[in-house]
Ligand binder design. Structure first.
Ligand code: FE2
Ligand code: FE2
Length: 179
């Protein structure tokens, strides 16, 4: 895939500084960063659309207002992504539709999808359930590689060779936005 023309660092700064977002380790930017890491890992295995997956990681929980029941946060995240489209980043209509759908329905139980990029977005999010001590259910995952990680308990593979390798580099990644 050709180098991204989206300035992700700038986009992260914009989203992070948006009023109303929750300051939460459960659904806040550290979670988004791990979803991005998981997504990039899965993209290597199934050639899903990396940019859409990275944008999903950033937007999907960006409009959560609490860490509990907030059933419309996916839709609000999708609308927020729409509000920045063609202003802060460019994406073709077809790819944006994937992003919008992935954000809108990511928290709507087992929504069917045949699209590997959308499935990868949801798997990347679900693979981070371990942060709240929940083992992701293999039946609720879409990609074979995500299912394998869970079945064989190969969690360490998610942190190898990615832009966020371990806890220390996750902190470094996070600190970049404030220094
Ligand atoms: Fe969510
Ligand atoms: Fe999430």
């Amino acid at each position: 895939m050709k180098p991204s023309e989206i300035n992700f660092k700038k986009l992260w700064k914009i989203v992070i500084s948006t009023p109303n977002r929750i300051h939460s380790s459960v659904h806040g930017p550290k979670h988004w960063a791990r979803v991005e890491r998981n997504g990039l890992y899965l993209c290597k295995a199934n050639s899903a659309d990396e940019e859409v997956v990275r944008l999903f990681a950033l937007f999907h929980d960006s409009m959560r207002i609490n860490d509990h029941r907030d059933p419309e946060h996916g839709l609000r995240g999708a609308e927020y992504a729409k509000s920045l489209l063609n202003k802060e980043y460019e994406l073709s209509e077809e790819r944006f539709e994937l992003l919008y759908y992935a954000c809108q329905y990511h928290n709507k139980s087992k929504t069917p999808t045949e699209n590997k990029t959308i499935g990868t977005c949801w798997d990347a999010d679900r693979l981070d359930l371990r942060r709240v001590c929940i083992k992701p259910s293999e039946q609720l995952l879409y990609s074979q590689e995500a299912k394998r990680i869970v079945r064989e308990k190969k969690w360490a593979e998610l942190t190898k060779g990615n832009n966020i390798k371990n806890k220390e580099s996750l902190v470094k990644f996070w600190n970049n936005f404030f220094h």
